[in-house]
Design a protein around this ligand. Structure first.
Ligand code: ADP
Length: 298
């Protein structure tokens, strides 16, 4: 077991930020730690990395008791804190050498990490000359310098533009090939793109802890379809395998089907047979949609 958190609670004065949180992670898993702002994600990550202590509960990383031995635990943990605090006046290589000196990392390992995160041609630049996406790479390089087996990344993609987002997600996936990764986000699609498992935390409590494959094993699908004009409910009812439906806007319907087949082609054929034009057609997995709502509604 790479990470084991048992009944962790955290009080800030009277406010309970975490309430009896328990979960574990196996070696090599990439886990999305999903929750709205204020859910307790950062608090849990700071506890996992030994930067703050819980009010009660136990935390082990690679069998090391983080509360009793935070410094020893930090040898096996790479941490990218929220807002990625970098010394922006330093040069990339200089900064990583400075960070590496804390863990007595040798020069070849630093060069290795620069290459691994794709910073080779930027390494001679000052950090403040880099784009936000490349600054995130510097933070990731700093987190992996001492070759930790566990990576804790606090909102690593916040504030990135769509291209940078894709690149950093790919990098996290790549790093996750030989490390256990726990990364926080408030974006469900991010979890779908990168993770093996999702833990949803809300108001300091774990609501969901499931493998993505489990979540996708479900034969209910939602099809979001927009027609070129308003149609009647009875019309939707004539489609096969419909479980429920909802008229979202004027011409857009959310139709839930129960079927192992992709129902998009059925909807398409049905529309054509009835002289309707489709302006938009999207499919969603029922469970992921439900989870998404868990996160976005209060
Ligand atoms: P998230 O990372 O999910 O946005 P946080 O762990 O930052 O959530 O915060 C959880 C709750 O704890 C919030 O209500 C926040 O205001 C509170 N909190 C976080 N840090 C502190 C602190 N140092 N002092 C007091 N309250 C805090």
């Amino acid at each position: 077991m790479s990470i084991k958190v048992t009944s962790v609670s955290k009080l800030y004065n009277q406010q309970k930020a975490l309430n009896e949180v328990s979960f574990s992670a196996d070696k090599g898993e990439i886990i999305g730690f999903l929750g709205p702002n204020g859910a307790g994600k950062s608090t849990m990550m700071k506890i996992l990395t030994g930067f703050i202590k819980p009010s009660s509960g136990a935390v082990f990383v690679d069998e090391i008791d983080v509360i009793q031995n935070p410094l020893e635990a930090q040898q096996t943990i790479g941490y990218l804190p929220e807002h990625n605090p970098l010394y922006k006046d330093m040069y990339v290589r200089e900064y990583l050498q400075f960070q590496g000196s804390i863990f007595k990392v040798d020069k070849s390992q630093i060069e290795n990490c620069i290459e691994k995160v794709g910073l080779t041609i930027e390494a001679h630049k000052k950090i403040n000359q880099l784009s936000k996406g490349y600054q995130q790479r510097v933070g990731l390089a700093a987190a992996i310098l001492h070759n930790p087996s566990v990576l804790i990344l606090d909102e690593p993609t916040t504030g990135l533009d769509p291209n940078q987002l894709v690149e950093i997600r790919e990098l996290i996936k790549e790093l996750g090939k030989d490390k256990t990764v726990l990364f926080s986000t408030h974006i469900m699609q991010e979890v779908e793109a990168v993770c093996d498992r999702v833990i949803i935390i809300k108001k300091g409590e774990v609501l969901v802890d499931k493998k993505l494959t489990e979540l996708k094993e479900n034969n209910q699908q939602i099809i979001e379809v927009t027609f070129d004009y308003k149609i009647e409910e009875q019309f939707i009812n004539r489609l096969p395998n419909v479980v429920s439906y909802k008229n979202n806007y004027d011409n857009t319907w959310y139709i839930t089907f129960e079927s192992d087949e992709d129902m998009r082609s059925t909807v398409f054929d049905f529309s054509q047979e009835n002289g309707l034009k489709i302006l938009g057609l999207n499919t969603h997995n029922k469970n992921l949609e439900t989870l998404f709502r868990e996160v976005t509604t209060s």
